[in-house]
Design a protein around this ligand. Structure first.
Ligand code: ARG
Length: 283
């Protein structure tokens, strides 16, 4: 009898353990790992700043060739220790490189207690040194990045920026340094997209939705354009758009929170941040 009680107790404890330590089905969010778009990241400079443009492309070529770029990426996509980059205070009398970015877009730009890190910001740090300039990081809402470079308030935009025809009208892009795409993120218990193999499969399901379906994205990003669609714009990116209601958030992580809270159905965001934020919220 004692044995039976002990056995029962063990089974119950095991069951509790299994439920609480969480298998894949207790994840809060799930990234549907299928690229929905093809995008290229680049840095942007003012339209007449051919001198800086030349130097940026030269530096990009150098770090791609000497392994620095891969080492930085490996660190952030692997388990390396991110660099702690500091920003000097802006001073017009000093020779500075003023970088416009928008943190909260891991693994490209993050900030923690005044220390910056991320792929773009490590490149920014290296670029400033290469140019013999002091690095100034201006952290702003994503929408302001291109505008601040266009207006000459910052020298360069480094923010996981996708080259788009609309942006090309107001700033000049460097050579591309990274290929990215949009990805769909769904609540952890959602199984609607489990059988999808291609972007068409995912889009076919999304096209069955209506305005009641709310898709979250970061304000001013290509994710937002993806939901809206811009194929009727000759200067557009060519996205067909989705029959859903677009919900814009200042930061990608806020869209995740809204989805976890049941306020929206899905999130559409760039692949690497989608995976990084999902990893952080799923624990
Ligand atoms: N690649 C997208 C775009 O260019 C999203 C970039 C968001 N970047 C950021 N730092 N929050 O629109």
């Amino acid at each position: 009898m004692k044995k039976l009680t002990a056995l029962l107790l063990a089974v119950v404890m095991l069951a509790i353990l299994c439920c609480s330590c969480g298998g894949a089905n207790t994840a809060k969010v799930k990234v549907i790992d299928i690229p929905l778009s093809e995008e290229s990241y680049a840095f942007c400079v003012g339209q007449n700043d051919t001198e800086l443009l030349g130097k940026v492309n030269e530096y990009l070529k150098k770090i791609k060739e000497d392994g620095t770029f891969d080492a930085i990426c490996d660190k952030y996509f692997g388990d390396g220790t991110p660099a702690a980059i500091t920003s000097a205070a802006e001073d017009k009398n000093k020779d500075q490189l003023v970088v416009a970015t928008s943190t909260g877009f891991e693994p490209f730009e993050m900030v923690d207690a005044g220390k910056y890190s991320g792929i773009d910001l490590e490149i920014a740090d290296g670029l400033a040194k290469y140019l013999g300039k002091e690095l100034v990081i201006k952290d702003m809402q994503f929408e302001a990045v291109v505008t601040s470079v266009q207006q000459g308030l910052c020298d360069i935009g480094m923010a996981g920026l996708t080259i788009t025809p609309a942006r090309q009208e107001v700033v000049t892009f460097s050579d591309s340094y990274y290929s990215a795409n949009q990805m769909l993120v769904v609540p952890g218990d959602n199984t609607e997209f489990d059988a999808c193999k291609t972007a068409d499969d995912v889009v076919a399901i999304l096209n069955t939705k209506n305005a009641d379906c709310k898709i979250g994205c970061q304000r001013g990003t290509t994710g937002a354009v993806y939901v809206d669609g811009d194929s009727d714009d000759p200067d557009g990116y060519g996205f067909a758009g989705l029959p859903a209601t677009k919900m814009e958030y200042d930061y990608a992580a806020l869209a995740f929170t809204a989805m976890i809270n049941g306020e929206i159905n899905y999130v559409i965001v760039d692949d690497a941040p989608a995976k990084a934020i999902a990893k952080a919220v799923n624990g």
